[in-house]
Ligand binder design. Structure first.
Ligand SMILES: Cc1ncc(COP(=O)(O)O)c(C=O)c1O
Length: 323
């Protein structure tokens, strides 16, 4: 990976006392919510933008519900190139403003990410010197995300027994597994968390092939790719992965508990991963014989998310009827 100019930071890995108490084993949180862009995305997007510049690109284009776009805008500004981001209808105006504040050109197109993405690829072809950046089906993105595990390797005393993450288009999952493979942790299982209504990975695993969802009905819009990348499905043949789906309500409650426990506010996408701890997913997998009994430590990738506010969390709670 290029180390010309590192646009991401090495984030803290903290033992979560409340989560360790709840589970009975050590739970470490990898705080990628503390990246300058509020999410892990800068690791992959930063890497790809540097590569684009090396190829002579002076303009980068992506499609995004939020976090990839914010990271692309940030990376482009840092590198002194320009950025265009195509966002779908589901993206809030305040998130679009975050991108504009970073000097990006923002275009709204289509209902969900997949529609915005088709448009982004079209405009990238028309504009000379432009490089299209796929936000999750992209080896440069996976290479960048793999750094999260390389850091964990340097930060822990012993190999974790399990890694917990969430899945949208599958880029983060691919990066986490690429990282585990590269540090020699090839037997460390990954629990891949999704919310119902954005569960393209779970449906693909069950079908044994990629599945295109008819719509994204989950409130976790950042997990909302209608079809995930083939590579994330392929990894299942080489690396132990357990796919688990939670309800929006559980992801919302996990965000709320995480806020109370750690004083940090994260997006529902991240809440899906955190729900693995708060909703006792590990004991359930152990009971089903899918995970070993003697778990001593787990790492949760706190992927972050820039679109969450306290008001948004309260609104989500109202929508699903949590008091
Ligand atoms: C905060 C957050 N977490 C997780 C994801 C899922 O990442 P991926 O699409 O690489 O699976 C996203 C995607 O936008 C995101 O914004």
């Amino acid at each position: 990976m290029s180390d010309d100019k590192c646009l991401h930071i090495c984030t803290p890995l903290l033992e979560s006392v409340p989560m360790s108490k709840k589970t009975g084993f050590k739970v470490f949180i990898k705080c990628d919510n503390l990246q300058p862009t509020g999410s892990f995305k800068i690791r992959g997007i930063g890497n790809v933008c540097q590569k684009a510049m090396k190829k002579g690109g002076h303009h980068v284009i992506t499609s995004s519900v939020g976090n990839s776009g914010i990271s692309l805008a940030y990376a482009a500004k840092q590198l002194g190139i320009t950025a265009t981001i195509v966002i779908p209808e589901v993206t809030s105006e305040s998130v679009a403003d975050n991108m504009r504040e970073l000097k990006a050109n923002v275009i709204r197109h289509g209902k969900v990410w997949d529609h915005a993405n088709v448009y982004a690829t079209q405009i990238a072809k028309e504009k000379e010197g432009s490089i299209y950046v796929h936000p999750f089906d992209n080896p440069g993105i996976w290479e960048g995300y793999a750094t999260v595990i390389k850091e964990v390797k340097d930060q822990v005393q012993q190999k974790p027994d399990v890694v917990l993450t969430c899945v949208g288009g599958g880029g983060l999952l691919c990066g986490v597994i690429e990282g585990l493979q590269s540090v020699g942790w090839t037997d460390v299982p990954v629990i891949a968390m999704e919310t119902r209504g954005a569960d393209s990975y779970n449906q693909a695993v069950n079908a044994g092939k990629l599945v295109t969802l008819p719509d994204i009905t989950s409130l976790a819009k950042c997990l909302g790719a209608l079809t995930l990348c083939q590579k994330s499905l392929d990894w299942g043949k080489l690396h132990p992965i357990h796919s688990v789906v939670v309800a929006d309500k559980q992801a919302i409650q996990a965000c709320r508990s995480f806020l109370d426990d750690h004083r940090m506010l994260v997006e529902l996408a991240c809440g899906a991963a955190l729900a693995a701890i708060y909703e006792d997913v590990i004991p359930k997998l152990q009971k089903d014989g899918k995970l070993k009994d003697n778990i001593e430590s787990a790492v949760v990738i706190v992927c972050g998310g820039a679109a969450m506010t306290l008001q948004a969390l309260l609104d989500y709670k109202n929508i699903v009827g949590i008091k």
